[in-house]
Design a protein around this ligand. Sequence first.
Ligand code: FAD
Length: 289
Amino acid sequence: MTRLHMAIPTSIEETLGLLEKCGPRAVVIAGGTDLVVELKDKLKSPKALIDIGRIPEIRGIKETEDGEVWIGALSTHAEIASSTVVKEAAPLLADACAMVGSPQIRNRGTIGGNISTASPAGDTIPALYVLEASVEIVGPKGKRVVPIESFFQGPKKSALAPSEIVLGVKFPKLGKEYVSFFRKLGQRKSLAISIVSVAFAGRCKEPGLLTDVRIALGAVAPTVVRARTVENAICNTKLDPKSLEYVSKLAFRDCVPITDVRGSLGYRQTMACNLLYEGLLEMGRVQKA
Ligand SMILES: Cc1cc2nc3c(=O)[nH]c(=O)nc-3n(C[C@H](O)[C@H](O)[C@H](O)COP(=O)(O)OP(=O)(O)OC[C@H]3O[C@@H](n4cnc5c(N)ncnc54)[C@H](O)[C@@H]3O)c2cc1C
């Protein structure tokens, strides 16, 4: 049996010291919902685990002095889904967290773990793209802030160095004039990794007319992608249901999916367009009501 050492630091400095001392033999663990599966499947075989769960500085959700929202890396999906601050400033992120896994997974899994895993199917990521969030990172050379789109470099590849940890994410609030949604398609309604997901936000100054449109698609490319072709087509254009259907199909151009056990390339492309169309139609209905 292989011995696995465990360290439980209580500060960022202690964590960075341990990461430097152990090098690639050590790996950080937060909620463990991704990592424990990887250890069990022998996809990772570290000699030591560094449990960051007792570092107070990376816990919590707050409004910052510059009017943004900061979410500590250790915030669980359940905490984010029920946070009044997030529900008001970024309802699509609260919705995305509410759709992760099951109550048990949402109670353990953290936002820091979700983005550090860097899966194109991670459910918080499309919402964070739409919110134009930044990732706060700390390492031996100090703190740095990386725009969310630059953080991801491919499936399970990120800008995070092995000696660094994620402190949290930060984003500007969506104003009162913004409408937004998050939708995902899984093999069933809960405990399902996304086959496709869509996050949307847009500024609606008058009914049916949107500006500052932001759309992100999950699980349709090596990283989450912004659907800029559709964004441009929707922005500043009054659309009826027929033209909305046409415009949603343009999402196809921003997808470069793969075929895997969860869905084929063609299915993913079609469903990305359908999910977006369904979300836009539903949003229009809610606005009229
Ligand atoms: C049954 C099941 C269902 C799931 N369903 C979903 C789902 O519907 N949607 C979804 O998006 N995900 C889902 N997941 C995946 C997982 O729950 C999430 O990605 C979760 O947010 C991971 O967080 P964690 O704290 O558990 O990460 P951990 O497992 O602790 O860590 C994951 C990785 O991130 C690294 N890490 C963690 N925190 C940090 C940090 N602060 N700084 C640097 N590195 C860090 C670890 O070293 C590890 O490599 C599911 C998992 C399971 C087992």
